[in-house]
Design a protein around this ligand. Sequence first.
Ligand code: SF4
Length: 340
Amino acid sequence: MTTPALPDLRGLTRLELAAALSALGEKPSHAEAVFLAVHRGKTAPGGALWNVPPRVCAALDKAFSLSPLPVPERRQVSKDGTKKLLFRFTGGTPAECVVLPAKDRLVACLSSQSGCSCGCTFCATGALGLKRSLTAVEILAQFEACLKEAGTLNSLVFMGMGEPFLNWENVKRAILILSDSRGRHFPQAKMTVSTVGVIPVIEELTASDLRVRLAVSVVAADEEQRARLAPMEKLYPLRRVLEAVRAYCAARKALVMFEYILFPGVNDRPADSALLARLVGDIPGRVNLIPYNPPGGPGGETPRVKEFQLELIRAGVRTYLRPEKGADIAAACGQLAAGA
Ligand code: SF4
């Protein structure tokens, strides 16, 4: 019989840590010092935590592990400066994250799952199927590796491999740990979580205290076409997703970002821009237009992309044309396949 591994202390939010200390018969007030020591690297060999009584360290040591964070196995650098990092987590589970240089800032794009169960037909991650959801610690490891690459990070997006709202407990835990003032203190307002439209979690986010930003992958405005490209349409139809998004924006006085990948000849016709404008025109936010990058190689911007953008602008929709990044190392949107 194998002994189950102890849970990793790094994967606990400060609240969970306080509850764990109570359960171990220790004062929950030690949680602050423990959290600081764990997330700001104030640990000594043998498990000693800076400013934490040895008795508390010993109690934690019996219930939790504290291993070094996993580090990337491979690093690729694009000619445009985009960096892609490949991890092999426990059991050889692959996942990738990306550091994207934008105009005057650096963005980390993290994965929430290894592979994805959503099966979007245009997506290299979807073609892998779901291997497994990542733990909060595995998400933190990606953040730390991106930070090491970048030196400083201005924002982070959960737009890598996987559907973050299908691993929401761990993604939320990672968000709480990263934004904790005793941890990295990375502002929630600089984090964006992108979903293909998991309505129950959009509703949970609407009612929560989290300040993260919401992005929704539209894929196609036409229902049948969307169902062909993104099978999740059958479970969570776009029109119902948009109702949830309207409620989110109204309740939180927040903007939403719509992601729209332009597939030449498929969803980039004038009828598509007109339908898209009708569907999202009244929702506060903007549409990010992304030229399609096929999994096999670079695609990129066609003249139609600019025309589509103009059609939306004329219809009163705020748009942003996302510049192509990292296509030469398969790090662009929809290309992450963890070396498969
Ligand atoms: S586009 Fe997103 S939700 Fe769809 S298969 Fe790819 S990773 Fe999953």
